[in-house]
Design a protein. Structure first.
Length: 175
């Protein structure tokens, strides 16, 4: 009977430990001298991500340039059985003012799964209200599906995502 209690305790502990690790990671912010370096790294990752998007979907470049703004995030997520989490960082850009807003991202997942995934997300905002809502509240609700079978450079993956945030579009790319 005690082994059953231990199994239940272990299953409860894993999601709790994941959530605790995410909160701790977010609480740590880089010193000011590292802040400029981190922002430059985010800009570089953003440009690489956008170039990959334009190559895969050429029409995305026009959509992004004519939008109110956009955001690009680089993320890493893990899923263990019924719980998962992820974190990332990125930048939101107002196309009219060219203002850059550096942001952090956290996601919590529920559902059956196992694995780790590194991916990029591009949000394109149709109007100022959607951009402002994203920057000020950061909330977005969506669904995601991924199928992958890879070993090193061999194999492939397919990912898709849909955003239900008003005035925004989400495009994901597995790496």
């Amino acid at each position: 009977m005690s082994s059953v209690k231990n199994i239940r305790f272990a299953a409860f502990s894993i999601p709790t430990l994941i959530a605790f690790a995410v909160v701790c990671a977010l609480a740590m912010s880089p010193p000011d001298d590292d802040k400029a370096k981190e922002q430059d790294e985010i800009r570089t990752i953003t440009q690489k991500t956008l170039q990959q998007l334009y190559k895969a979907q050429p029409a995305a470049q026009s959509a992004l340039e004519h939008a109110a703004g956009y955001a690009v995030f680089s993320n890493m997520g893990i899923k263990i059985l019924f719980a998962g989490s992820g974190k990332g960082k990125g930048i939101a850009v107002d196309n009219q003012t060219k203002k850059e807003i550096f942001m952090k991202m956290v996601e919590l997942q529920a559902g059956l799964g196992m694995g780790a995934k590194k991916f990029s997300v591009v949000f394109i905002f149709d109007d100022d209200k959607a951009l402002s809502g994203f920057v000020n509240t950061g909330w977005d609700f969506g669904g995601q599906a991924t199928a992958a079978a890879k070993s090193g450079d061999k194999g492939g993956s397919l990912a898709g995502a849909t955003s239900v945030a008003d005035g925004g579009l989400d495009v994901s790319n597995d790496r």
